[in-house]
Design a protein around this ligand. Structure first.
Ligand SMILES: Cc1cc2nc3c(=O)[nH]c(=O)nc-3n(C[C@H](O)[C@H](O)[C@H](O)COP(=O)(O)O)c2cc1C
Length: 436
């Protein structure tokens, strides 16, 4: 039988020499794990001798701790009366959660800015800081959105758009909308519904969901309630490290076109989607790889990861325009998806007009979740999907195949990228063409 510990006993182990924590009623000795914790030992030591479940749970999928500890590190259980004592100390540390305002009814939220504002009133400060933040000065994050304001629409009139369809095919799978959920870590920080709640929220719209390698739920939990025709993508970690290491240490520096893609292609027959392409040169390399190795790389995602990676990296719109100008054959070789800064249906339609096959939302799904759990995600997609259809009808486009550059004026943005001064150095493209 498992040994039962008192609160007093657990609370004595709070040093780097002997560090215990309680998770889901079990007592663990995490002393040996302290130097290995990717977020640093301080985070664990702050929770030493206490019930760490409220801090641990929204971040880690089930089984994470067990994967990192020896079986002998599980010492036993804490007696339930003692557990209460340890938990009370935790609750006192989160005053902002107690002062939470009532959530506004979802139907009163009419756009994604209002959804974001509602989420801010519902989630913890830690969650808000993590979701809202971006790299350095947030320049890319901000430009991701404002760049769409500089693309103007060119509506045509007297076109019968009574029936409008947003259905499309992604990686050979039929989906009802080009909108998809971008992979974003730790959804349970926002709401206990987590990534499974996102799946449930987008189900009515038939949207694809890409799941982060740092998801807070297991794949089994996320797809449990999904319809048979729901489409999911699974993001691979870029190293063999644990979830925390990937989050804190970022992308592995040793990935290459020459080694990583062939390695991946040897290990899966599933379509490979490359996320984080930010120049036409790399889009071209990906397309060329796909042409030489059919059935491997099937799509690229033009993304600066919501401005969270390298600040002042370009928005997807710039890369779309570069591809159109310098290597349009990319669009017919592989699917080009985009994400970043999407707040309006018109943003989605503009990206589609520029050649994107699918358009992803990261924060919007998380903020929907924060504002109202799975129903908040559903409301978010209802708003966006409604705006897409309205925009298409007002442009005079009945389905996605009709969308194209004739519906937009990109001159303002093109001036920023292609004209004057140093301009765009295309020598890289020719170097890369020569290399392949
Ligand atoms: C809180 C948060 C966590 C994210 N985690 C990941 C991740 O684990 N993997 C990844 O490839 N991108 C991640 N992203 C980036 C998204 O996949 C996506 O590129 C970005 O959110 C799109 O911009 P948007 O938030 O303006 O829609 C994350 C974004 C946010 C906001």
């Amino acid at each position: 039988m498992a040994k039962v510990f008192s609160a007093e006993e657990v609370a004595r182990h709070t040093s780097p020499e002997s560090c215990w924590v309680v998770l889901h009623g079990n007592v663990y000795d995490v002393t040996e794990f302290l130097p290995e914790h990717p977020g640093g030992s301080r985070i664990i030591l702050q929770l030493a001798g206490r019930d760490a479940t409220p801090e641990y749970d929204p971040i880690h999928p089930p089984g994470t701790l067990e994967e990192n500890l020896k079986p002998s590190a599980k010492l036993g259980t804490v007696d339930p009366a003692s557990l209460k004592t340890l938990q009370r100390a935790d609750a006192a540390g989160q005053p902002e959660d107690e002062a939470r305002a009532a959530a506004p009814p979802l139907h009163t939220l009419l756009n994604l800015d209002e959804m974001e504002a509602a989420a801010k009133t519902q989630v913890s400060k830690k969650c808000w800081a993590y979701y809202f933040s971006a790299a350095d000065d947030l320049a890319s994050k901000s430009y991701n959105n404002t760049v769409y304001r500089h693309i103007l629409l060119r509506p045509r009139v007297l076109v019968d758009c009574t029936a409008t369809s947003t259905a499309t095919t992604l990686l050979g799978q039929r989906v009802a909308t080009p909108l998809y959920v971008a992979p974003a870590a730790m959804a349970r920080l926002a709401h206990p519904d987590g990534e499974a709640g996102i799946a449930r929220g987008v189900a009515r719209f038939g949207a694809m969901q890409l799941v982060s390698h740092s998801a807070s739920m297991s794949p089994e939990q996320i797809v449990a309630g999904a319809a048979a025709d729901a489409v999911f993508g699974w993001q691979l970690p870029d190293s063999n490290s644990g979830i925390g290491q990937q989050m804190f240490w970022g992308t592995a520096a040793d990935l290459t076109w020459q080694t990583t893609l062939p390695w991946l292609a040897r290990h899966t027959s599933l379509p490979i989607v490359l996320k984080g392409i930010q120049t036409h040169e790399d889009a071209y390399l990906a397309a060329q790889y796909a042409r030489k190795n059919p059935g491997t790389v099937r799509a690229i995602i033009l993304s600066n990861h919501g401005g969270r990676s390298l600040d002042t990296a370009p928005p997807a719109v710039h890369t779309l325009l570069e591809i159109r100008k310098y290597c349009p054959e990319v669009f017919t070789t592989i699917e080009v998806w985009v994400d970043g800064g999407i707040k309006r249906g018109t943003d989605v339609v503009k990206a589609l007009c520029l050649g994107a096959k699918a358009v992803g939302v990261g924060r919007a799904a998380l903020f929907g979740l924060g504002a109202g759990g799975w129903k908040g995600v559903e409301r978010t997609f209802e708003i966006l999907q409604g705006e897409i259809v309205t925009c298409m009808k007002m442009l005079g486009a009945k389905d996605l195949s009709e969308l194209g550059p004739r519906f937009i004026n990109t001159r303002m943005v093109e001036r920023d990228i292609f004209d004057g001064g140093a301009g765009l150095d295309t020598s890289g493209l020719w170097t890369s063409r020569a290399k392949l």
